[in-house]
Design a binder for this molecule. Structure first.
Ligand code: ASP
Length: 597
């Protein structure tokens, strides 16, 4: 070994010991008669002193050291002189009096400092990821990620789960995204598809009698990237046989509580996680991934708005739209500029506009409001009674600002859920030390794709309808709800799952709804359909995003911050400069000709 001691472990009680340490030169300070370096390894930082009286050779060599050189140092641990201690460092009471120095790896001047407070663009950080990852914050992140997967392994192994690896080179496993494909050299003109998730494989494992499976699985999806998406992401994939929905939820609840409390002892997790039906989530929060750390719940005002006499409301209602809103307490004094900002958020999220009603804090109650207590662009268009009714329905008190959006239901909900989160932030209602997990359940099984006017699976095509709902598969797919569930936390979707279809006939009918004829279904899924004919147990499970979970635990908003080697939002890797071209010979071997762009 090049070292017998880790830098960050030395304390006063080690004084007098001879040690050999190795690491990176964090900083060098030349005081003329003495040279100090801070030596850094994974465990922390140690101050090293080079004194010509201890070793003239080591002192002279130390003069050449620069940041990020890798060195090995021998010396004796000494207690620092009184007044020279550094309380910022765990090793701050000691220093190493160096007697020997060896350079193991010189370094060019790094493009940025190895420190948590750097101001560097992300591309540079990604190009020099091997330096970026040396920063304490990133080291902590790698440890957190490791701990998270270790707890998953422990928790699930203790409960009889088997980890099984599944192939990466496979056939399309549709989950609503485009596939990444790999050309086959051996089979000209044929391609493997990288798995969007091990969905069908884990179902086949259930038919194989595994009963409880998990895998920390890589999933590949070629889709347009957003902050929380990557071309490849990691998922905790799990599947269980002989279970009902509630069995899966209880397992996941226990696991997530344990991960959270063990990695973030400072946060507060309440169990049981509430089970919120999809319809209820949309009604109360306007989204299927609600942040339930705060209230500001949405209310439907369609009826009152429809008879308010205000033309905009009436025409929205007449054309089948809705009017919804919520009250933000204490914001009745918002200035025009502040309400304009909110209106801008509403418009950029898809609304035609935002209607606000501000109630004066001086009013005694909503019932005794006078016209003077109300500030609103619709004040002259609606009666005071309508204002009172809206105030009552939204639960507004004097001093509140009521935010109202009118339009198609989907848009209204999207916009209001964004405004609700905005007001939650502005009103400081969001406690960062609270993790509020919830399961959203009872999703519709299908969604109508506006472009193709075709039913598409809301989750994926393997999820089972709720008992009795099969009857509507052919007659009215909009009525079919699935045994589908999502895990959400603090406004993030952390994963989805379902009880699966395990009957060939039902699976074929579901394929039928989304427009796969018998032939197409067989050519794509015969392996699964056939397996269902040879004794398939009832089964269900979940796929849970590991990157998102670690980002949540690390308090990061982008998953790129918690992936060792992430890709940019343009799906490229600046470190390897991938994707890249391949040689003519490789193309030839793969039977591929590139068309001019
Ligand atoms: N395969 C699904 C997904 O990746 C999760 C599941 O249903 O288990 O979203």
């Amino acid at each position: 070994m090049y070292k017998d001691t880790d830098c960050g472990t030395l304390r006063k009680s080690d004084s007098g010991k001879s040690v050999t340490v190795a690491g990176w030169v964090h900083r060098r300070r030349d005081h003329g008669s003495l040279i100090f370096i801070d030596l850094r390894d994974r465990s922390g930082i140690l101050q090293v002193v080079f004194n010509p009286e201890t070793s003239i050779r080591a002192y002279e060599m130390a003069g050449a050291l620069r940041s990020e050189w890798v060195v090995q140092i021998e010396g004796v641990v000494k207690q620092r002189l009184p007044g020279a201690e550094n309380p910022q460092l765990a090793t701050g009471e000691v220093e190493l009096a160096a007697s020997g120095l060896r350079t193991l790896g010189p370094a060019r001047t790094p493009p940025f400092e190895v420190s948590d407070d750097i101001d560097v663009d992300e591309l540079t950080r990604m190009t020099y990821r091997f330096i970026d990852l040396r920063r304490p914050k990133m080291q902590k992140m790698l440890r957190l990620r490791h701990d998270t997967t270790r707890i998953i392994w422990d928790h699930l192994s203790e409960r009889g789960f088997l980890q099984v690896e599944t192939p990466i080179l496979i056939k399309s496993t549709p989950e609503g995204a485009r596939d990444y494909v790999v050309p086959s050299r051996v089979h000209p003109g044929k391609f493997y598809a990288l798995p969007q998730s091990p969905q069908q494989l884990k179902q086949l494992l259930m038919v194989s009698g595994v009963e409880r499976y998990f895998q920390i699985a890589r999933c590949f999806r070629d889709e347009d990237l957003r902050a929380s998406r990557q071309p490849e992401h990691t998922q905790l994939d799990l599947e269980m046989s002989f279970v009902h929905q509630e069995d899966v939820l209880e397992l996941v609840e226990g696991l997530y509580r344990r991960i959270t409390t063990e990695t973030r002892p400072d946060v507060n997790v309440e169990i049981p996680f509430p089970r919120i039906r999809y319809r209820e989530a949309m009604d109360r929060f306007g989204t299927d991934k609600p942040d339930i750390r705060f209230g500001l719940e949405l209310k439907t005002l369609t009826e009152a708005a429809g008879r308010s006499g205000f033309r905009v409301f009436e025409s929205v209602v007449a054309s089948g739209g809705v009017v919804r809103g919520f009250a933000a307490p204490g914001c009745g004094g918002y200035t025009r500029r502040q309400t304009d900002q909110l209106a801008e958020i509403a418009r950029s999220s898809g609304a035609q506009g935002l209607i606000t009603i501000a109630l004066s804090a001086d009013a005694e109650s909503v019932e005794t409001l006078t016209a003077d207590d109300v500030r609103s662009p619709i004040k002259s268009s609606v009666s005071l009674d309508t204002v009172k009714e809206i105030a009552r329905q939204t639960g507004a008190a004097p001093g509140s600002l009521i935010l109202i959006v009118a339009g198609p239901e989907k848009t209204v909900n999207t916009v209001l859920s964004i405004l609700r989160n905005e007001m939650g932030q502005r009103l400081d209602l969001i406690d960062p030390r609270t993790f509020r997990y919830a399961f959203v359940t009872d999703f519709p099984l299908f969604e109508m794709d506006a472009e193709s006017e075709q039913w598409t699976p809301a989750h994926h095509v393997f999820s089972a309808p709720q008992p009795g709902h099969e009857d509507y598969l052919e007659s009215d797919p909009s009525k079919v709800h699935g045994q589908l569930f999502d895990l959400v936390c603090n406004g993030w979707e952390l994963g989805s799952g379902s009880i699966r279809i395990h009957d060939r006939g039902v699976q074929e009918r579901v394929f039928g709804v989304i427009g796969y004829g018998k032939e197409e279904a067989e050519s794509r899924f015969e392996h699964l359909l056939r397996a269902f004919e040879y004794g398939a147990p009832p089964h269900g499970g979940m796929g849970l995003g590991l990157d998102r979970l670690v980002a949540l635990l690390a308090n990061e908003s982008s998953i790129r911050e918690v992936i060792a080697f992430p890709k940019t939002q343009a799906a490229s890797d600046p470190l390897f400069d991938a994707p890249w071209t391949i040689s003519e010979e490789q193309l030839e071997e793969l039977h591929i000709r590139i068309l001019e762009a």
